[in-house]
Design a protein around this ligand. Structure first.
Ligand code: AMP
Ligand code: ZN
Length: 487
C-alpha cells in the first residue's frame, strides 16, 4: 500500500493516513440540499471527493463512500433562522416539497454522471433516517446536553463546552465565537446564543413533518449527517469531507452532537475542499453568481463566451489543488480546454507509436513521481505537470526525435489508464468519435454558410439556420471570433 499524506483540518497538519481498520476505509461527504439545481461550486466539491475516492480505491483500499441527500430540515440560516428551504421552494414552484426533492435529486444525479463522478456506495436521505435522528436526539438529551422548549429541542453549546472543546475544527474558543454572534432577543426561545436546533417544531402549515416525543416537527440539518454517518460508518470513522464553508457551523455541530452521545471524537481526518469563486467572490445560490453546469456546457450565460465540455471543466478543476481557491474565468477555462485536448491528442498518438529496440526515457521514474504527487495530499496539479512530461515524450517519439521500447509504450499506456482515466476520472469526450468528427465538419459547413449569409445581409437565412438548429437541439452562440455551437 502507498504511504499517503493528507491535510487534516482538525489538526491543521498534513498527516500520514492510517485507517482504523485497513484496508477498509469509511468516507462520509455532505451531499447536496436538493431544493434547487447544483451550481458549479457544489460540483467542485463533489468532483474533488470523487477523485479522492477514486485514488483511495486505486491504491487498494476498500472504501465505503457515503454521500447523503439533504431532503428536509435545512433552514435558510445555518443557525436555524429563516424559512425551510424546501417549503419555500415548493410554494414558489407550486409543487409538493417531495416533488421538489425528486426533481432536484434527479437533476443532481444527471450532473454527477455528466462529470463522470462515480456513484457513492450508499446515498442515504435525511427523510429515510428520521428514527435514527430521533434516537440520537434522545441520547443527547439523556446525557444532559440538549433541552426542549415548546416542541423544539436545542443543543446546549455552553454546557457541552464545559466538558469538551466546542469550535476545535476552526481553532476557535467559545468566547471568540460568542463575540461573533448576535445577542438573544425577546423572540428567541433558546438559552444560549450558539445553541442550535436538533429538532424543530412544525408550524401548522408545515408539510414535511414527523411525530416525535416532542410533538410534530422535523430534524435540524446537523443531526441528519451525524445520524447517517454513524449508522453506516460507525461512531468513529476515517474521513469526513465537505466544502470549507461547512467547517465553522455544520461540521463543528456534527462533532459536538456525536461527542455528546459517545464521548468520542467521531472522525479521524476532516477534509475540506476550497471554494470555487467568480472574480474572487464565492459561488453561491444566494450571491446569484452560480453557474449551472448546463449553462456552462451550452455556453448559454451572459458571462460565458462559449460552451465547454464536462471533461474540459473537470480537467480545469483538477488543475488546481482541492485545498486552494479556484477562480472561474473564460480565459482559464479556454486554457484548460486546450490542455485537455493536448493530453487526449497525445493519447491517440500513443496508440500508433512504433517501438524501438532501445529507450531514451525513464518512464518508470515518471510513474513514481505521479504516485508521489498523489500521495502528497492528492496533488493533482503536480500530477498533471508530470502527465505533460509524458505528452512531450510521446510527441517527441512520434516525431522520431527519441526512441521508446514496447515496455515504455506499455508503461505510458498504463500511466494514462491509471492517472488520467481511473484516478482523475477523465474520459474521451465521445464513445463514437468518428460520427463526432463528421458532425464537427458538417457544423463548420453550416456555420460558414450562415456567416456568408450574414455578411451578405441575408438575415432571413441566417436567422432561419439558427432557429432550425435550435429546434434540432443545437445552441449557437455568436462571439467576436465568429459563432460557436453546442449540443
Ligand atoms: P449545499 O447544497 O449548499 O448544502 O452544498 C453542497 C456542497 O457544496 C457542500 O459541501 C458545500 O460546502 C459545497 N459548496 C457550496 N458552495 C461551494 C463553492 N462555491 N465552491 C466549492 N464548494 C461549494
Ligand atoms: Zn453534512
Amino acid at each position: 500500500m502507498q504511504t499517503l499524506f493528507l491535510y487534516n483540518t482538525l489538526t491543521r497538519k498534513k498527516e500520514e493516513f492510517k485507517p482504523l481498520n485497513s484496508p477498509l476505509v469509511g468516507l462520509y461527504v455532505c451531499g447536496p440540499t436538493v431544493y434547487s439545481d447544483v451550481h458549479l461550486g457544489n460540483c467542485r466539491t463533489f468532483i474533488s471527493f470523487d477523485m479522492i475516492y477514486r485514488y483511495l480505491t486505486h491504491i487498494g483500499y476498500k472504501v465505503r463512500y457515503v454521500r447523503n441527500i439533504t431532503d428536509a430540515g435545512h433552514l435558510e440560516g445555518d443557525r436555524d433562522e429563516g424559512d425551510d428551504k424546501f417549503a419555500k421552494k415548493a410554494k414558489l414552484e407550486q409543487l409538493e416539497p417531495m416533488e421538489i426533492v425528486q426533481k432536484y435529486t434527479l437533476g443532481f444525479h444527471e450532473v454527477m454522471r455528466a462529470f463522470n463522478n462515480l456513484p457513492p456506495s450508499i446515498e442515504p436521505t435525511a427523510t429515510g433516517h428520521i428514527c435514527e435522528q430521533l434516537e440520537m436526539i434522545k441520547q443527547i438529551i439523556s446525557k444532559g446536553f440538549a433541552y426542549e422548549i415548546n416542541g423544539t429541542v436545542y443543543f446546549d453549546v455552553e454546557k457541552y463546552n464545559k466538558q469538551f472543546a466546542y469550535g476545535q475544527l476552526t481553532n476557535r474558543k467559545l468566547e471568540e465565537l460568542l463575540e461573533g454572534t448576535r445577542e438573544l432577543g425577546g423572540q428567541d426561545e433558546k438559552r444560549g446564543r450558539l445553541d442550535f436546533a436538533l429538532w424543530i417544531k412544525a408550524k401548522p402549515e408545515t408539510i414535511m413533518k414527523w411525530l416525535s416525543p416532542w410533538g410534530w416537527g422535523f430534524p435540524g440539518w446537523h443531526i441528519e449527517c451525524s445520524a447517517m454517518s454513524s449508522k453506516y460508518l460507525g461512531d468513529v470513522f476515517d474521513i469526513h469531507g465537505g466544502g470549507m464553508d461547512l467547517q465553522a457551523t455544520h461540521h463543528t455541530n456534527e462533532i459536538a452532537q456525536s461527542q455528546a452521545c459517545n464521548h468520542k471524537a467521531p472522525v479521524n481526518y476532516w477534509m475540506h475542499t476550497n471554494m470555487l469563486t467568480v472574480n474572487g467572490v464565492r459561488m453561491s445560490k444566494t450571491a446569484g453568481n452560480g453557474f449551472l453546469p448546463v449553462e456552462l456546457f451550452t455556453g448559454n450565460h451572459p458571462l460565458l463566451e462559449k460552451g465547454y465540455s464536462p471533461m474540459a471543466v473537470r480537467f480545469f478543476m483538477m488543475q488546481t489543488h482541492y485545498h486552494s481557491t479556484l477562480d472561474f474565468s473564460n480565459e482559464a477555462l479556454q486554457a484548460s480546454e486546450k490542455g485537455f485536448e493536448r493530453l487526449m491528442q497525445s493519447y491517440s498518438t500513443l496508440q500508433n507509436l512504433k517501438a524501438s529496440n532501445s529507450s531514451d526515457e525513464d518512464i518508470k521514474s515518471l510513474q513514481e513521481k505521479c504516485y508521489e504527487a498523489m500521495n502528497d495530499d492528492f496533488n493533482t496539479p503536480v500530477l498533471i505537470s508530470y502527465l505533460f512530461e509524458a505528452v512531450r515524450i510521446i510527441n517527441s517519439a512520434n516525431d522520431d526525435k527519441i526512441k521508446l521500447t514496447q515496455n515504455d509504450i506499455d508503461l505510458l499506456n498504463s500511466l494514462y489508464q491509471n492517472f488520467v482515466f481511473d484516478i482523475m476520472g477523465l474520459r474521451t469526450e465521445t464513445e463514437n468519435s468518428k460520427s463526432n468528427d463528421v458532425l464537427k465538419q458538417v457544423m463548420n459547413l453550416v456555420l460558414d454558410i450562415r456567416a456568408k449569409a450574414k455578411s451578405e445581409k441575408n438575415f432571413l437565412l441566417s436567422d432561419d439556420i439558427r432557429n432550425k438548429l435550435t429546434d434540432a437541439g443545437v445552441t449557437l452562440k455568436d462571439g467576436k471570433d465568429g459563432a460557436s455551437w453546442n449540443i
